[in-house]
Design a protein around this ligand. Structure first.
Ligand code: BGC
Length: 748
């Protein structure tokens, strides 16, 4: 009862706040100007029910399959005015051709909206999102999304199904590669950067696309890391861990949301009234539209939530889902549902209004072809400055995991270098998954990058050694022969690009096939070996972690990947990436993340009855936030300007960071906090801030973080979002196991 009263109070306050915000136009994505609203209304008044439902229908073209079904008749549907948006169709020429059908052959000539999964680049491919996130560089990430939007918009696209803002704490889940990793604070900051990058300054200059926060919500919490699987988490975890990046995207003005495939506590997200209506559209006053994921309305039948497609359509539209992606459920059943009184026409009008608003805002009624511009397409796609940005982003995304005896960077003056491994010269894997219109032909492989860098001065011997997968070892002999001739061995191993992404969960996340054996054989030669990892998720590689002298995590680094990796290997760029996700030692530890609860029996190696395993430590292989540099950084003089503070005050935390090594370099200083006692238990630490700081060799700087009581809020047992007075430990350092700490007290 208490809970209901609180929720009601919360909703009333939220409503009042929202109407104020909307009226005063403070919110960034508050409704477009009055004329747009008037135009939407006058158009709506002319539309038949079928035409309205057409606007709520999204079909894929036959260019690409990104889901299980295809509808061969989509052009007919466009002509009949029964589809308002198309995805998986791109290029200026093709979008123009389809747009012409909508504009010239339908009764009202309402233009189509073109959507596509432009996730980490359109044609110039950037590192996979998890890789970009390892940069912790919000400006570069925003810039990456900007480049993607500029290229996509020139190819006729209006809308990207990105950013994916799902927090993922389970590396078995293949889609961990598409997001920002395991942390809510970092994930929220990156969500904002990506939304800003895609949507730019608006749609006056056809260089921006509508962004889409997906998959709402908690898709990343799939049980056992199996894609599409059930999600069963508390509301506190939902609100504290999984929802904040969505809220941050909404606050940053994202114009669309995509619902998730999964259920949450028994209700599929596609018909989740509470998530969609109460939280998204009411509490957050989201003025854009919600699209389903691919046939997710239909999937409520096998979920066991709807008796048939018609029932599923009724549930989803009434829960606030505005557009049906590919399911044809609205197309087939919505008119009947309205006629039967099961769906109010006012709900249809609300959905259509939200969709038409976007089309007016994009200027499509003035010029339906304004995005499909062959000249711009030719000039902008893979423009030199886009390639430069992709290379820069890729360099920033690389994480140095180990570097014994300063093996890296390698000298450019070596006589012989062996480049080995199934991923050393693979173009297609460099793209990673969801690579939009990216073309493998355009990718620079590691081998090509090294050849360009060393320009004939070093003899480079390449051998593939083995495939990514399978049991074939016949290539080992040649690889070993090459290795024996070389001063240094580089070996590129990992996953194939298709092994992460959608429907790509794995139960064993070690190196597939015989790759580890190849690495072992190379290390057994006694020569220095640098392991270059390419993968879309954390891998379990304990033997390599202990035995390879140097390990560089490169994710899937995109079109310019080979150049970027060579820049780091040969010291033209000092690596600065930090893991956005924990690397476990073995799958049995999963889920393993840096911010769990302490338990009543925290791990004590000398006490059997504490929370631990018999066969592995609790600690990860590499913790969240970890990443080495060619130089070393030291933290000291951690101070706060006050020991005690109240809810109206700000604490300033300062710390000295010194570059104590032999190279100039960039460090990402991280602030973590622990609330020692709460009315509900709190995590052992939580990221509350980070700062990138560039320091010349020998240089040091004092950096500052600000902390307010509001930053310490959490959801209590009554779902109130508040900070509670008490003691807080804080630490600043180079990763989530930072030890330099102090304590502060929130007094009231
Ligand atoms: C994926 C979405 C994607 C959509 C359209 C679905 O299968 O879950 O992330 O945007 O397909 O391609």
């Amino acid at each position: 009862m208490k809970k209901i009263i609180h929720i009601t109070a919360l909703l009333v306050v939220a409503y009042l706040m929202n109407s104020f915000v909307l009226r005063s136009g403070i919110m960034k994505n508050a409704l477009p100007d009055k004329t747009v609203e008037q135009r939407v209304d006058s158009l709506l008044a002319l539309m038949t029910l079928e035409e309205k439902i057409g606007q709520m229908t999204l079909f894929t073209s036959d260019w690409e399959m990104t889901g299980p079904t295809l509808r061969a008749t989509y052009k007919e549907d466009i002509r009949k005015g029964r589809v308002g948006a198309i995805f998986n169709a791109h290029t200026a020429a093709y979008t123009k051709e389809l747009q012409r059908l909508a504009v010239e052959e339908t009764r009202l000539g309402i233009p189509l909206l073109f959507g596509y999964d432009v996730i980490h680049g359109y044609k110039t491919i950037f590192p996979i999102p998890l890789g970009e996130s390892a940069s912790w560089d919000l400006t570069a990430i925003e810039q990456g999304a900007r480049v993607a939007a500029i290229e996509a918009a020139a190819s006729g696209l209006h809308w990207t199904f990105a950013p994916m803002v799902d927090i993922a704490r389970d590396p078995r889940w293949g889609r961990i590669s598409e997001g920002a990793g395991e942390d809510t604070y970092l994930g929220s900051a990156i969500a904002v950067a990506r939304v800003k990058g895609f949507q730019g300054t608006g749609f006056d200059n056809t260089d921006a696309v509508l962004a889409c926060a997906k998959h709402y919500a908690a898709y990343g919490a799939a049980q056992a890391g199996r894609d599409y699987h059930t999600v069963d988490i508390s509301e506190q975890v939902m609100r504290e861990v999984y929802l904040p990046p969505f809220k941050a995207a909404a606050d940053a003005g994202v114009w669309t949301f995509m619902n998730a495939f999964n259920e949450w506590n028994g209700i599929p997200a596609t018909a989740h009234d509470y998530l969609l209506k109460d939280i998204l559209k009411w509490e957050w006053a989201f003025p854009g539209f919600v699209v389903t994921d691919y046939t997710s309305i239909n999937e409520m039948v096998p979920h066991g939530y709807a008796s048939d497609y018609k029932h599923a359509g009724e549930l989803s539209v009434n829960a606030g889902v505005d557009m049906d992606m590919q399911g044809a459920v609205y197309y087939n059943h919505l008119a009947d549902l309205v006629r039967e009184g099961k769906v109010k026409e006012s709900r249809i009008d609300d959905a259509v209004r939200r969709i038409l608003r976007m089309k007016f805002m994009l200027g499509l009624f003035e010029d339906p072809y304004r995005f499909s511009n062959a000249e711009r397409e030719k000039r902008l796609i893979m423009a030199p400055e886009h390639l430069a940005a992709a290379r820069d982003m890729a360099r920033k995304s690389l994480v140095l995991l180990r570097n014994e005896k300063q093996l890296l960077p390698l000298p450019k003056t070596m006589k012989t270098l062996a480049v080995i491994g199934p991923l050393a010269d693979s173009k297609v894997d460099m793209l990673g998954n969801w690579s939009a219109a990216g073309d493998a032909k355009d990718c620079v492989t590691l081998l090509e990058g090294i050849r360009t860098k060393l320009q004939g001065s070093t003899q480079i011997i390449y051998e593939k050694g083995c495939n990514v997968d399978g049991t074939d070892r016949t290539g080992f002999a040649k690889a070993l022969a090459a290795a024996k001739k070389a001063q240094v061995i580089l070996v590129a191993v990992g996953e194939a690009g298709w092994m992460s992404g959608e429907a790509a969960s794995r139960t064993d996340i070690s190196l597939p096939g015989v790759q580890e054996d190849l690495v072992k054989a190379l290390i057994a030669t006694g020569k220095p070996v640098v392991v270059v990892l390419m993968n879309g998720r954390p891998l379990t590689i304990p033997w390599i972690a202990d035995n390879a002298p140097a390990i560089l995590e490169t994710w899937f680094a995109g079109t310019q990947g080979g150049h970027a990796i060579s820049d780091v290997l040969f010291g033209d760029y000092n690596p600065s990436g930090k893991l956005p996700v924990t690397f476990p030692r073995n799958v049995g530890q999963i889920p393993l993340f840096y911010n769990p609860k302490n338990t009543g029996r925290p791990m004590n190696p000398n006490d059997k009855y504490t929370s631990k395993y018999l066969d592995a430590p609790n600690t990860p292989q590499w913790p969240f936030g970890f990443g080495l540099s060619y130089t070393t950084f030291e933290y000291s003089d951690l101070k706060t300007d006050k020991k005690e503070f109240d809810r109206n005050e700000t604490v300033t935390i300062s710390v000295k960071v010194a570059n104590t090594g032999q190279y100039d370099g960039e460090e990402t200083a991280q602030l973590y906090v622990r609330d020692l006692v709460g009315s509900v238990t709190r995590p052992v630490r939580e990221l509350k801030g980070f700062q990138k700081v560039f320091l010349k060799k020998g240089e040091s700087k004092v950096i500052q973080f600000k902390l307010r009581a509001d930053d310490l809020r959490f959801y209590n047992a009554d779902l109130q979002f508040r900070a509670e007075p008490g003691d807080f430990d804080l630490w600043v350092g180079s990763h989530s196991d930072a030890t330099l700490g102090t304590r502060i007290v929130l007094t009231r």
